[in-house]
Design a binder for this molecule. Structure first.
Ligand code: NDP
Length: 337
């Protein structure tokens, strides 16, 4: 493959993940979509190779990514085996369990039974001996938190995972889980949550709770699944866009108020000589509590555009003020319609 270290780390700017010893790149590559059995293997391979060559050392997976579930891990495992094996020690590979993966009571949730057998299956698909980060993907109210914590700690003690994290946990539960994991000697180093200009919930206390607790934050869907890009400012949605191809981004999300926000944000982006996607990414990265933004990319051109933004000048106070005003306008319209 891929060029020797030359260039890969020149952009630098790695961020320390909470109070851990692990650093992550500002932009990480997620394989939730675009890496299923229906997607082009060669495009996926090109995206992963490009990402690594440009310093994206962190790849984010989950047992259920595909479709079908498991397909993204299997695809990535094949690319690891053929292209990236010599670089394993330069990479942070994360996976998760917490959503439905196989039939019956042991294929979903947060039990010890599910989490550890799912991790074993992930390792087989990935063709790896260990993952760097193993996450519980979402809270499971039916399983005692201590059992889930015990399973995560066991993943570390058994050498199947180097670090553990949680995802989609509300702030108080996240802190409770972090305390349990700390006591078990497997600190929770990272919380993964949705965060973008269209989903600003993490600003309402979550990030403020994580930082003092020494927990890093991986912001997923920083482009709101692509909604925060110029393609949705066109009169008609392009046929290759996620909104036209996937049920995860229904057309109802593109309301007139959202369209107005996109136009206002695009004006700020244009003044900086950037695309709306680049502005959206930089907005997520403006907070030091955000360790990394976990993006998706369908093409190498999209990935290049985002990675170019990660090394651009940060947003100024004036630009942040314009963005806040545009978002306040959206919030106002949302509450009055
Ligand atoms: P994004 O918000 O980054 O959306 C990615 C999509 O945006 C792309 O597939 C593409 O869509 C579009 N896009 C990307 N770059 C550009 C560009 N430069 N110009 C125009 N369009 C662009 O992230 P995702 O929603 O894909 O999520 C990212 C990752 O986060 C996932 O892969 C997963 O790893 C993680 N995640 C975690 C969850 C959790 O519960 N923990 C839940 C969801 C995601 P298009 O095809 O329309 O062009």
């Amino acid at each position: 493959m891929t060029n020797e270290a030359g260039g890969r780390y020149d952009g630098g700017r790695f961020r320390r993940c909470g109070a851990s010893g692990l650093s992550l790149p500002p932009v990480s590559l997620g394989l939730w979509q675009n890496f299923g059995d229906e997607d082009s293997t060669e495009t996926g391979r090109a995206i992963i190779r490009l990402a690594f060559d440009r310093g994206v050392t962190h790849v984010d997976l989950a047992n259920n990514y595909g479709p079908p579930p498991g397909a993204a891990e299997a695809a990535f495992g094949r690319i690891m085996a053929t292209d990236l094996k010599p670089f394993r020690d330069e990479m942070v590979i994360a996976t998760k369990a917490g959503y439905r993966m196989w039939p019956g009571p042991y294929g979903d949730g947060g039990s010890r039974k599910y989490l550890l057998s799912s991790l074993d299956a992930s390792l087989r698909r990935l063709q790896l001996d260990y993952v760097d980060i193993f996450y519980h993907h979402r809270p499971d109210p039916a399983t005692p938190l201590a059992e889930t914590a015990g399973a995560l700690a066991q993943a570390v003690r058994s050498g199947r995972a180097l670090y553990v994290g949680i995802s989609n946990y509300p702030a108080p539960l996240a802190v409770e889980m972090a305390d349990l994991l700390q006591a078990l000697g497997a600190p929770c180093i990272i919380h993964q949550g949705r965060y973008s200009l269209l989903d600003r919930g993490a600003d309402d206390g979550l990030l403020d709770r994580l930082e003092p607790a020494g927990i890093g934050f991986a912001a997923f869907s920083p482009l709101a699944q692509g909604l925060l890009t110029d393609k949705y400012r066109q009169p008609a949605t392009p046929p290759d866009a996620r909104m036209a191809r996937s049920t995860t981004l229904p057309p109802e999300r593109l309301t007139p108020a959202v369209r107005a926000l996109l136009d206002a944000l695009a004006a700020v982006a244009q003044r900086r000589g950037q695309s709306l996607a680049q502005l959206a990414l930089l907005w997520v990265l403006r907070r030091p509590a955000v360790t990394t933004a976990v993006i998706g990319a369908r093409t190498t051109a999209q990935l290049n555009e985002l990675l170019d933004a990660a090394t651009a000048a940060p947003l100024s106070d004036d630009e942040c003020q314009s963005i806040r005003a545009a978002c306040a306008d959206l919030d106002h319209r949302r509450t009055n319609t």
